[in-house]
Design a protein around this ligand. Structure first.
Ligand code: SF4
Ligand code: SF4
Length: 434
């Protein structure tokens, strides 16, 4: 590269870093300023800040390598068992998206465009630092990004079947054994019965605190805003599971106090919204923030970067080494409501469950432009929710701020519609109380 080209590249990199860090800092500031947060949020903000604003690698014990993962099908237990730390690299970054837009197919989803943008610039330590990336092939976008990532990093793909028959699970078990060998090769550590059990322990602890968090949210309505809950869940991508679990334990403690003092985030009965559809990845948190600015509250989240990402525990019915690997394969496929599976009736079941448990009054169906698998499922879900009398709105968006005003108008109208729907119900309840 000649000196002029070097200088041009340097200027481009500086511009990229400035835009990227400013955008992430702005969304973090908005999350921090949103009223009603429980005590104990700072470790989660700091984890997001470290990756997206300070541009540092994931914090971890000295000597541990990081393994990049995508989607919910790569078992973190196996990565911990190899002495490494998993970091989930699905991205919501607008600046990286604008670079990736010129790299991958025009109609690819923004999530993989952002991943491509970070890979292209080499400016994101969380990506550049990985000893291995594990990419479950769930959709065409993930398949093609795996090929692109392999230009600069060691990549292993995991074939995710379209169905969950026994034969599919068996195939996935075989793939996990191959992954195990690959992890041993890149980390230089052998995965033993003991280290695998410790991996289960680490993730199990985080899942226990998450189940407690979910239980507390059900105990008192309006206990926490969904935007804060989503910041907690997004930070899980960049924190070791035990560190994240401990931080969530402190938030749970603060939530218990709030319940004891009957201290909700609002005294008003704000419309309770469930967010479902394509992943909502930091810093692309514009939709939950818009809902809360428009006078609603995100009371439930069924996206894969939210509670769904860690909800299902691996159930061990046979405590041999093979039994534990089988538990991981089963957990990755059987309960997963990702739309990459052909038959996804379990997503409808899960949505109905969340609607009931969180007393949801309206559903926002988020579709990232180009995310066909979620778009396909919209019609069926709209019909199912319609039969329950739950209003649903499909919001398509991209990784930029150009659509914010249009989204705001639609979200405000949706919230107003729910309020209008509530008004006669309130009147009927008042009549009944006479
Ligand atoms: S919905 Fe499923 S397939 Fe899509 S990005 Fe999330 S985990 Fe991956
Ligand atoms: S499931 Fe949707 S958002 Fe996730 S990688 Fe595939 S196309 Fe992108």
């Amino acid at each position: 590269m000649d000196r002029d080209a070097d200088k041009r590249k340097e200027r481009q990199d500086r511009r990229f870093i400035k835009r990227e860090t400013q955008t992430a800092a702005k969304y973090l500031r908005r999350l921090r300023e949103l009223p009603g947060a429980p005590e104990g949020m700072e470790p989660f903000y700091q984890a997001l800040e470290r990756i997206y604003v300070q541009l540092q690698a994931v914090e971890r014990e000295a000597g541990r390598k990081t393994v990049g993962t995508y989607c919910v099908m790569t078992p973190p237990e196996l990565v911990y068992a190899a002495g490494a730390v998993p970091v989930k690299l699905c991205s919501g970054d607008y600046t990286a998206f604008s670079v990736g837009d010129g790299v991958v197919a025009r109609d690819a989803c923004p999530l993989v465009k952002a991943v491509a943008g970070f890979q292209q610039t080499g400016l994101m330590p969380a990506y550049a630092d990985c000893a291995l990336m594990v990419v479950p092939v769930t959709c065409d976008c993930k398949k093609k990004i795996a090929g692109l990532l392999a230009d600069q990093c060691e990549v292993m793909t995991l074939h995710v079947p379209a169905s969950r028959e026994d034969v599919d699970i068996e195939d996935f078990v075989t793939q996990l054994y191959v992954l195990m060998e690959k992890l041993e090769e890149v980390t230089g550590s052998r995965i033993s019965y003991q280290s695998l059990a410790e991996g289960f322990g680490k993730v199990g602890y985080a899942q226990y605190e998450l189940s407690e968090f979910i239980r507390l949210k059900k105990e008192m309505l309006y206990l926490i805003r969904g935007s804060h809950a989503m910041a907690i869940m997004n930070a899980a991508s960049y924190m070791p599971a035990d560190v994240w679990g401990e931080a969530l334990g402190a938030v749970n403690q603060s939530l218990r106090k709030k319940i004891a003092q009957k201290e909700a985030v609002t005294s008003k009965k704000l419309p309770r919204i469930l967010l479902t559809g394509s992943p909502v990845v930091f810093p692309n948190v514009k939709i939950p923030l818009l809902v809360e600015e428009a006078g609603g509250i995100v009371a439930g989240d069924e996206t894969c970067m939210g509670e769904r990402g860690m909800w299902d525990p691996a159930v061990i019915t046979d405590d041999s080494f093979d039994g534990m690997i089988r538990a991981l394969a089963n957990r990755a496929l059987r309960p997963c409501p990702c739309p990459s599976f052909a038959d996804n009736a379990r997503r409808i079941y899960r949505l109905k469950q969340l609607i009931q448990e969180n007393r949801i009054q309206g559903v926002i169906y988020h579709v990232l432009r180009g995310c066909l698998v979620y778009d396909y499922e919209y019609k069926r879900i709209e019909e199912e929710l319609g039969s329950l009398g739950i209003p649903v709105i499909r919001l398509e968006s991209d990784y930029n701020e150009e659509d914010i005003e249009q989204l705001r108008i639609r979200i405000e109208a949706f919230i107003e519609l729910i309020k209008l729907k509530q008004a006669p119900e309130k009147a009927r309840a008042a009549e009944r109380s006479f």
